[in-house]
Ligand binder design. Structure first.
Ligand code: NAG
Ligand code: NAG
Ligand code: NAG
Ligand code: NAG
Ligand code: NAG
Ligand code: NAG
Ligand code: NAG
Ligand code: NAG
Ligand code: NAG
Ligand code: NAG
Ligand code: NAG
Ligand code: NAG
Length: 734
């Protein structure tokens, strides 16, 4: 039993040794000496240090404990640099009591068989004095001797802080030195000054001129100056061999501890791996560094500590830039975000546009349907060869250059007339109306169809319409030569317009109106017969326009209630009572046209005595008083045969009868005018006169007798004195 226990114990001990576990200092080791921390492998006592080389002598000097390595007081231990700083003794060269020169003080450093090497990087052999040659001699492991001379040709040349050979000199030492001895060359006469030599930490030396003729250098440092000593585990050679040597005490076994080759002499030491700090010689001595405490991340970055490292991240929208070592705004990301945003916006916009367009199309279709477009289309399909076009809104916009103001050829309360070009070369007049009443919308297409079929030489041809807008637009053939109104009322001073011409035009207009009235059943009524609506083509042939304003005569009672439209002066009197538009309403208006031709006066004057304002009243009262001559135009008086004048006056009087049923029909008027024309003394000579007229009417004028007509082309639809009872009525409104 005992044997087995002992065996186990031996096994355990041997495995412990074989496993080359980390050497651990005793737990009760003194942690400090004086103010200096005893960091393993250094320790006070052999059990507390890694080996004898790291044993620190902690000695009480005058009541203060101080650590010593040999004779040298220990100042600092650095594990990461693998250095210690000790106080080295200054060697002096001075007079002894008997007046001879003598070297005094300890004379060097003996690091034989210790972990220590004199740091060739941080130390300098320093000599202070005048005419002094100081030696540094290594007769330990090798033969080495060097030194430097300090001269003083003139003491006043010495400079504080400069050690350049005057009063002071310094020299480097070789790598791997562990022994040195200082000396002076006796051949130099230094009798006048103090001479010192010491190997010391270069950064700690600052030459002062006072060092030359006083003991200040020795006194301020109490005979000792700092010196840096490198230490390492020397026996094993480099890291590679040390790691392999199973019998040796490899020092860098604890976790996160790594081996570092000694740079000064053979051997190695340990350091914590990157990202760890602490004591690499103790088990778990290397602790993770919280690098973030050092704020290693560039500005704008966020530090994240990890085991053995850290990483920086930039805040959202920023990107690490190696060039500036900073988190800069991530232009790519920003561009991406902006591009994405723009893309989203444009998609949304396109969607919006598509929806809007669909909506618009729907609205267009809705208008088209409301205005009877579907019906119109079907009829047009069945009646092939119809010269009628249903224009799209876009076509008309194109034709009028988006309803450009310069294209306006007529304007009035009912709407605006534009000149336009369709199908590249066809001149048309496009009427864009102001309003349309609800009821009329439904039949609009159908009416258009009927109107479009009207084909008479004295009626302006309706070429098409546009139904897909709120208020339909009408497209007429373009008539270039002004109106009858202009012919009668705008004659230039002294110009005689052939009465025969006017008569012919009136006759043609009557033929046109007759055609309208007789074309269909119920009859198509014009509704706004006036001289301004009788256009003249290039041959001065009458063309009745604006019959688009007319309607098919109402066939049921319900339709009578709708509004009447017309122009003051031409209005038939019964509208007040019946509000009803009949073919006899057009006849009344035509009577006014005959009056205009006879008298050369406008139907309604805005000035003058109240009784004199209405041409028809003036005429009728003149007729009653049998005083026709007083109202006749001067160029009519006497020029024309009295029979013709009387015939016309009689016709006009009939037309102006207060009772509609008493008025002649349009056919009767046309026939009568045809008959009367033959009575003209020069019935067929108008053409000569017309040439004259043409040249005089060439330019457009804008105002005549207080009437407003935009151009001479004759599409003016409205005079200023609109019918008060029907102020905003549409062109089509009844
Ligand atoms: C420790 O240092 C003191 C003073 O230098 C010396 O007297 C003493 O002998 C040293 N002890 C050891 C163990 O080295
Ligand atoms: C070295 O030790 C001295 C005195 O013990 C101390 O003042 C100094 O701060 C230490 N330096 C380092 C780098 O530890
Ligand atoms: C030891 O490691 C520390 C921290 O990783 C580093 O700053 C130091 O320079 C290293 N020492 C040597 C001699 O490599
Ligand atoms: C002074 O130094 C000289 C030369 O080194 C020496 O011979 C003499 O003994 C010294 N005197 C004393 C008192 O130490
Ligand atoms: C240095 O010290 C060792 C013992 O530590 C000794 O053997 C050697 O002789 C000394 N060297 C000199 C030059 O004094
Ligand atoms: C030393 O320099 C000072 C000023 O430069 C001069 O006055 C003096 O004579 C010099 N002494 C010697 C010994 O050259
Ligand atoms: C050296 O000492 C002088 C004054 O004696 C001072 O001006 C200078 O800054 C010191 N230089 C260093 C490196 O300490
Ligand atoms: C050294 O120089 C001083 C004065 O410059 C002189 O008095 C002395 O004799 C010299 N000593 C020797 C040994 O030359
Ligand atoms: C040392 O020399 C300087 C001039 O170089 C002088 O001012 C100073 O008094 C001298 N000090 C001593 C103790 O001789
Ligand atoms: C240097 O200073 C130390 C301590 O103050 C003293 O023991 C030593 O004798 C001095 N040496 C010289 C040469 O003055
Ligand atoms: C291994 O280590 C032991 C003890 O430190 C030493 O005596 C031996 O020479 C080393 N072997 C090698 C190959 O370095
Ligand atoms: C240490 O030195 C040896 C030989 O000089 C070399 O093979 C090895 O790579 C070095 N190790 C390190 C960690 O530098």
């Amino acid at each position: 039993m005992r044997v087995i226990l002992e065996l186990v114990l031996i096994l355990v001990l041997s495995t412990a040794q074989c496993g080359s576990t980390t050497k651990v200092p005793r737990s009760d080791c003194q942690k400090q000496c004086g103010h200096i921390d005893m960091e393993y492998p250094f320790g006070i006592g052999t059990d507390c240090s890694f080996n004898g080389g790291f044993d620190i002598n902690c000695t009480n000097q005058n009541g203060v404990f101080k650590p010593f390595i040999g004779d040298f007081e220990l100042l600092n231990i650095s594990l990461t640099q693998s250095t210690v700083r000790v106080l080295n003794f200054i060697t002096a060269y001075c007079y002894n009591s008997s007046g001879s020169m003598e070297v005094s003080g300890p004379r060097g450093f003996n690091g034989t068989n210790t972990p220590y090497r004199l740091s060739d990087v941080r130390n300098k052999f320093t000599v202070v004095g005048c005419n002094t040659l100081g030696y540094i001699v290594d007769d330990g492991n090798r033969r080495y001797q060097s030194g430097c001379v300090s001269t003083c040709r003139n003491l006043s040349d010495l400079v504080d802080g400069v050690c350049s050979g005057m009063g002071c000199c310094q020299t480097a030492i070789p790598n791997g030195m562990y022994y040195y001895r200082a000396g002076f060359d006796m051949g130099f006469n230094t009798s006048q000054t103090w001479s010192y030599a010491v190997l010391m930490e270069a950064s700690e030396f600052n030459f002062s001129t006072a060092y030359i003729n006083s003991t200040r250098f020795n006194d301020t440092n109490a005979g000792r100056v700092p010196m840096v000593v490198d230490w390492a585990f020397r026996g094993e050679g480099s890291c590679v061999t040390a790691e392999r040597n199973e019998t040796g005490d490899y020092a860098c076994l604890s976790s996160n501890s790594k081996c570092v080759n000694s740079t000064n002499g053979p051997g190695y030491f340990c350091n914590c791996s990157q990202g760890y700090e602490g004591n690499p010689y103790l088990p778990d001595g290397c602790r993770d560094t919280n690098e973030c405490n050092r704020h290693p991340c560039p500005s704008g970055g966020v530090c994240h500590n990890t085991i053995g490292g850290y990483y920086c991240s930039c805040r959202a929208g920023r990107k690490f830039s190696g060039e500036t070592n900073a988190c800069n705004p991530d232009i790519g990301l920003i561009i991406g975000v902006i591009a994405g945003f723009l893309a989203l916006m444009s998609i949304a916009f396109c969607r919006h546009m598509i929806i809007q367009r669909r909506k618009l199309n729907k609205i267009k279709q809705e208008y088209f349907r409301q205005h009877g477009g579907t019906l119109l289309f079907e009829r047009m399909k069945s009646e092939k060869g119809l010269a009628f076009t249903v224009f799209s809104e876009a076509e008309l916009i194109h034709a009028t250059n988006n309803f450009d103001k310069s294209r306006i050829i007529g304007q009035g309360g009912h709407g605006t007339v534009y000149k336009g070009m369709v199908k590249d070369d066809m001149q048309v007049a496009i009427k864009r109306c102001a309003l349309i009443d609800e009821r009329q919308k439904k039949e609009f297409g159908q009416e258009m169809l009927i109107l479009s079929q009207i084909n008479h030489k004295n009626i302006v041809k309706l070429l098409g319409c546009c139904l897909e807008v709120e208020v339909p637009m009408l497209v007429y053939e373009f008539i270039p030569n002004g109106t009858l109104f202009e012919l009668i009322h705008r004659k230039n001073q002294g110009l005689q317009i052939s009465f025969g011409t006017l008569l012919r035009i009136a006759h043609e207009a009557a033929e046109g109106l007759h055609f309208l009235h007789s074309y269909a059943s119920p009859p198509i009524l014009h509704g706004d017969v006036k001289t301004a609506n009788i256009l003249l083509d290039k041959n001065h042939m009458a063309k009745v326009s604006d019959f688009g304003a007319s309607i098919l005569a109402p066939s049921d009672k319900e339709q009578f209630v709708t509004m009447v439209q017309g122009t003051c002066g031409y209005l038939y009197p019964e509208y007040m009572q019946t509000c009803q538009l009949t073919d006899k309403s057009d006849v009344y208006s035509f009577g006014v046209i005959i009056l205009e031709i006879l008298t050369g006066e406008v139907p309604l004057k805005l000035v003058g005595p109240e009784m004199q304002r209405s041409l028809s009243s003036v005429f009728l009262s003149a007729m009653k008083e049998n005083n026709l001559d007083s109202v006749l135009a001067s160029h009519v008086k006497g020029q024309e045969s009295m029979e013709l004048i009387r015939g016309l006056a009689e016709l006009a009087k009939q037309c102006l009868d207060m009772c509609g049923s008493n008025r002649p029909s349009m056919k009767e008027i046309a026939d009568e005018l045809g008959r009367l024309r033959k009575l003209s003394p020069h019935p067929w000579v108008q053409d000569d006169a017309e040439i004259e007229i043409e040249s005089l009417l060439g330019g457009p004028s804008t105002t005549t007798n207080g009437f407003e007509i935009v151009t001479s082309t004759g599409y003016a639809t409205e005079e200023r004195e609109n019918l008060p009872m029907n102020p905003g009525s549409s062109y089509y409104a009844r």
